[in-house]
Design a protein around this ligand. Structure first.
Ligand SMILES: [Zn+2]
Length: 119
């Protein structure tokens, strides 16, 4: 039952990940450094009471920046959807497109033919 109270003593520490705001008793601000994919280093001031977001738009280039200098978020231009679409377009050669058109036409003819039979 002995040794309680440690957690309560440390509860008002609002330091950032680097401990920069450790001495900020008078100034209720902390400087948080963000890193973007273009290796910009942006220091953004936050209130010590504010919750520091994990990511921030780089003020220099507008790319998303993160707290981790070794692992900045990738530029949003690399979207999986667009890459996939480009890949599909690239793969579909003219001949392939012809085959697809051919298949569609014959399917259409078959449907018309069977339609004739039914009516
Ligand atoms: Zn940047």
């Amino acid at each position: 039952m002995a040794g309680g109270g440690n957690a309560i003593r440390g509860s008002r520490v609002g330091a950032g990940p680097m401990g920069e705001a450790e001495r900020g008793d008078a100034a209720p601000r902390q400087a948080v450094t963000y890193f973007c994919a273009r290796e910009h280093r942006s220091v953004v001031p936050f209130s010590t009471e504010a919750q520091v977001p994990d990511s921030w738009d780089c003020p220099k280039c507008g790319l998303p920046a993160s707290l981790d200098s070794d692992n900045p978020p990738p530029a949003p231009k690399i979207e999986p959807y667009k890459t996939h679409l480009a890949y599909v377009k690239e793969r579909r050669s003219d001949k392939e497109a012809e085959d697809i058109l051919d298949e569609a036409l014959s399917l259409l003819r078959t449907r018309r033919k069977s339609g004739d039979i039914i009516f």
